[in-house]
Design a protein around this ligand. Structure first.
Ligand code: OGA
Ligand code: NI
Length: 347
């Protein structure tokens, strides 16, 4: 047998092994404990139909969104406005990308978190001790014309298909940010304005099948650093959120997207809306693809809540910070359940 050569990407490593390599084995006590996960549908996160968001019933939908942000930090949306063929195209081209030969994929490889376009593995291989069972392509997507020419040119339809998806995802993020502003009793445009020039990043996550899912994570428990995340997942389960101290599976619902509040919206709402811990577990049967859109402020935007949200009973929860400051801290800290936001408490 030929000697095995270390492979940067997990997709290529798994082809050589029937065991989780030591590099990916979590220490005992930091494993997923799959038996204690709540898989019951009754424990599910709220499902909100956005059909009536632009109509006379708007305030009801806004109220449902506000309630979900406050108590769950996570919800799913249907009738979200992104055309079905755009969603299907996005997932297809993502799969095609990760199925390309190693030599073609490796053209995009980099482990530098500062790069706007890169293919990498795990989370941050430069700082972490144990790797995660994930490869990912990360793309900056807004303003689109500043980045699209640097995106992968293979598969040939990649730029067109992903560009279309990212524009649709942005439009949805803006609609949600408006509804969220209103749900907090603020002007509809409040959050959109508070976020400066805006930025949008996308990850295309690829979780290969894993021979021993009980030993590792696709992604360990973490909170998203951005303002709001719109997650598209294929039909394979894997995402779990923490509710009342238990991990609950968020199983895919056809035509629905999963929305979650990130740390920035938690700070912009002065702690009223919650950025919630979530994680990804892998399985031995099938690969899984997910496409989160991380909608965020521009790096120079100062994150501070509206005056209306700060009073005697709700004192300022965090000192104002720029998103750049926060984001650097997040990548250096690595994925862990401790909230990065706690480092920005006043005093
Ligand atoms: C993330 C994330 C969830 C998933 O990339 O931050 O939480 O299902 N992804 O891949
Ligand atoms: Ni996440």
């Amino acid at each position: 047998m030929a000697p095995t050569v270390a492979k940067p990407l997990l997709s290529d490593l798994v082809a050589q092994t029937r065991q989780v390599p030591l590099s990916h084995v979590r220490p005992v006590g930091d494993r997923p404990d799959l038996a204690s996960v709540d898989n019951e549908s009754g424990a599910g996160i709220p499902l909100i139909d956005l059909k009536n968001l632009n109509g006379p019933e708007r305030c009801k939908v806004v109220e449902a969104i506000g309630k979900a942000c406050e108590s769950d930090g996570f919800f799913m949306v249907t009738n979200h406005g992104i055309p079905e063929d755009v969603v299907r195209g996005m997932l297809l081209v993502a799969r095609e990308f990760f199925h390309m030969p190693e030599s073609e994929r490796m053209k995009c490889y980099s482990d530098d978190p500062k790069k706007a376009i890169r293919l990498s593995t795990s989370f941050n291989v430069r700082t972490e001790k144990v790797s995660n069972w994930r490869d990912f392509l990360r793309l900056h997507c807004y303003p689109l014309e500043s980045f699209i020419d640097q995106w992968p040119s293979n598969p040939p339809s990649f730029r067109q298909v992903v560009g279309t998806y990212s524009k649709e995802a942005r439009a949805l993020a803006l609609r949600l940010l408006e509804a969220i502003s209103e749900s907090l009793g603020l002007e509809r445009s409040h959050m959109v304005t508070a976020m400066g020039r805006h930025a949008q990043h996308m990850a295309v996550n690829y979780y290969p099948p894993c021979p021993q899912p009980e030993l590792t994570y696709g992604l360990p428990g973490h909170k998203d650093p951005n303002a709001i995340t719109l997650l598209l997942q294929d039909g394979v389960s894997g995402l779990q959120v923490q509710r009342n101290g238990r991990w609950v599976a968020v199983n895919p619902v056809p035509n629905a997207l999963v929305i979650n509040i990130g740390d920035q919206l938690q700070a912009l709402s002065n702690d009223r809306y919650k950025s919630v811990l979530h994680r990804v577990i892998v399985n031995s049967e099938s690969e899984r693809i997910s496409v989160p859109t991380f909608y965020c402020s521009s790096p120079d935007a100062v994150i501070a809540p509206a005056d209306e949200l700060v009073d005697k009973t709700h004192p300022l929860a965090y000192r104002p910070f720029t998103y750049q400051e926060y984001y650097d801290e997040f990548w250096n800290m690595g994925l862990q359940s401790a909230s990065c936001l706690d480092r920005f408490r006043p005093g």
